[in-house]
Design a binder for this molecule. Structure first.
Ligand SMILES: NC(=O)c1ccc[n+]([C@@H]2O[C@H](COP(=O)([O-])OP(=O)(O)OC[C@H]3O[C@@H](n4cnc5c(N)ncnc54)[C@H](OP(=O)(O)O)[C@@H]3O)[C@@H](O)[C@H]2O)c1
Length: 301
């Protein structure tokens, strides 16, 4: 049987932030990865572009130090949108495996489409890598329904297991149709930016400015025309959380789970691992999640 698909974990640790960090931050990230692994949070999300490979290298170093090289970790990395030509894909994976210090990854994602390269051509190479056992499962990221359909044409035996997209209580208009398609084609939706960069942990709701590095690559989350409305709805969600005696982030993450998505949360310090596991362990009622859904849509609570 080609590939060795492991069951997909429900909650992931995102390692994007590493790309902008200092040596001190790198040490803290290693402690974060170690803490997550120790507590059974085994899904790690990285990419060849994160810190130009630094994120993969740091993850690899920590996992190699774990018992037997952490064979039970669920390692996800991505081939850059700049490397989707067939001759480039294999080289990208080999370089990622070298940095990770592993013979294979559990899930390999196309980071985003490149309109100049037919997606089916890229997928044919991914299928070959899957047959060789270098990739446990094949996935994509930032794919629309049309992209998913085009990509599927390149696969004969393997299938697209995952689509990773930006999805949270405030960013859903683009993701909702993709989610519906994925659900009907048994493609798991991984949700990135699930906490709206910390807003759904209650950050920035009391007047604190949003640092430039948090604004970076946040799509339209923090643009002046959207931000006041988002903060107002986030404050209403915080009031709902308080009234319901659950953490705001529990609402954010379990709303995603109710939508059928698996959240991958950016974590940069060990305390956040503990805190996010606590939050994840508290499931708000369906009634609370439905009210949160309405508030986030802008309906009156
Ligand atoms: N496929 C793609 O194109 C794509 C794009 C973006 C992201 N991703 C992946 O998705 C992951 C998550 O997305 P994201 O980083 O954009 O957003 P996010 O998960 O919504 O927010 C992450 C930020 O929330 C804060 N946070 C996390 N836990 C916290 C806690 N317990 N208490 C308070 N604050 C907490 C942290 O801020 P501080 O670090 O400032 O403390 C963290 O950086 C990334 O790391 C990456 O792996 C993929």
């Amino acid at each position: 049987m080609p590939g060795s698909a492991k069951p997909h974990p429900a909650l992931g640790v995102g390692l994007w932030g590493l790309g902008r960090w200092t040596a001190e931050d790198e040490a803290r990230t290693k402690a974060t990865i170690g803490r997550a692994y120790e507590l059974g949070l085994h899904w790690f999300d990285t990419a060849e572009v994160y810190g130009s490979g630094r994120s993969e290298r740091v993850l690899g170093e920590v996992l190699q130090r774990a018992a037997a090289g952490a064979p039970d970790a669920f390692v996800v990395t991505k081939v850059s949108w700049e490397h989707l030509r067939p001759a480039q894909v294999r080289a990208s994976l080999i370089n990622s495996l070298e940095r990770l210090g592993r013979p294979s990854v559990d899930l390999y994602l196309v980071h985003a489409p490149d309109r100049r390269v037919p997606l089916a051509d890229t997928m044919r190479v991914l299928e070959a890598l899957w047959k060789e056992g270098k990739v446990g499962a094949i996935g994509v990221s930032n794919f629309t329904v049309e992209d998913l359909e085009a990509a599927a044409k390149g696969l004969t035996e393997a299938r697209i297991a995952v689509n990773q997209v930006r999805y949270n209580l405030f960013d859903r208009d683009e993701a909702d149709p993709v989610r519906d398609y994925c659900r009907s084609h048994e493609i798991l939706l991984e949700a990135y930016t699930p906490l709206a960069r910390g807003v759904l942990h209650g950050r920035y709701l009391d007047g604190k400015g949003i640092p430039p590095e948090v604004r970076k690559f946040a799509h339209r989350l923090f643009e002046p025309d959207r931000l006041p409305g988002i903060l107002e709805r986030a404050r209403s969600l915080r009031a709902l959380a308080k009234e319901s005696k659950v953490p705001l982030a529990s609402i954010a993450l379990h709303w995603l789970a109710k939508m059928g998505a698996a959240p991958v949360v950016g974590m940069s310090r060990p305390e956040q691992v503990d805190s996010n596991l606590t939050v994840w362990g508290i499931r708000p009622s369906d009634a609370v999640l439905d009210r949160a859904d309405a508030i986030a849509r802008g309906d009156r609570a």
